[in-house]
Design a protein. Structure first.
Length: 216
């Protein structure tokens, strides 16, 4: 039996570092499938691009072993289809699934449809799921509560910072108010403060004692 997968959220304002954090987590993944709405992963990390439903089905069918695939949807309405494909593919062999800009694609508040199946049953098959959202309010509270790791990047507003602090029982002063600083909140309640650095185009995380700036 495969061990349970991880559910990881990366939350924060635009340009705060959400995607770069995910890239640090999936760099070594051998079976990776990304809902790549911005088309960032292929360019920066050499993933194979699949565009359109037929191309995705063909790519996944061929990918019985290692494969790193970025799906460029033609419409956000394809998200349900993508999640169904991701679930089936990750059932065949362990895989890592990234869903960028989740809230734009699904009514995640209800955690329904194929996305709901992916986060409930997928984890049992050992699928690691990385979900990226701009605001914690856009995710289902119980799904958020069950996350293995919540990576909190700079929220857009103080109100967003207050919401995430409230829902996770954090101090407002734990929340970074500067890009590329992030707080990882583990399911064990452990808190780890980190900052993103780059070696060329490759991001990596370093632990920090304090953030340069916090909400107050
Ligand atoms: N190679 C790099 N070197 C330095 N900073 C970088 C590099 N690549 C991206 N960044 C920084 O990362 C930030 C964007 O991070 P990203 O994860 O794409 O944000 P988000 O997904 O939250 O919109 C920007 O502030 C940008 O300056
Ligand atoms: Mg991003």
């Amino acid at each position: 039996m495969r061990p349970d997968g991880k559910l990881v959220f990366s939350i924060g304002a635009s340009r705060s570092g959400k995607t770069q954090f995910v890239m640090t987590q999936v760099r070594a993944s051998r079976r990776l499938l990304v809902w790549d709405v911005e088309g960032e992963y292929a360019a920066k990390h050499g993933l194979t691009v699949a565009e359109g439903k037929a191309a995705l089905l063909a790519a996944l069918k061929a990918a019985t072993g290692p494969a790193r695939i970025a799906y460029h949807p033609k419409s956000l309405k394809e998200f349900d289809f993508f999640c169904r494909c991701a679930f089936n593919w990750s059932r065949q062999a362990q895989a890592d699934i990234v869903c960028e800009e989740l809230a734009a694609s699904t009514n995640a508040v209800k955690a329904g449809g194929a996305w709901g199946v992916l986060v409930t049953r997928g984890l049992k098959y050992g699928t690691n799921i990385y979900a990226v959202v701009q605001r914690a309010q856009e995710t289902d509270k119980s799904v958020l509560g069950n996350a293995s790791v919540i990576n909190i990047c700079r929220p857009n507003t103080r109100r967003d910072a207050e919401y995430i602090a409230g829902v996770l029982g954090l101090e407002l002063s734990d929340i970074p108010d500067v890009d590329l600083c992030m707080l990882q909140r583990h399911k064990t309640r452990e808190l780890v403060k980190t900052a993103l650095r780059f070696r060329g185009n490759v991001p990596y995380l370093v632990k920090v004692a304090e953030f340069d700036k916090v909400f107050s």
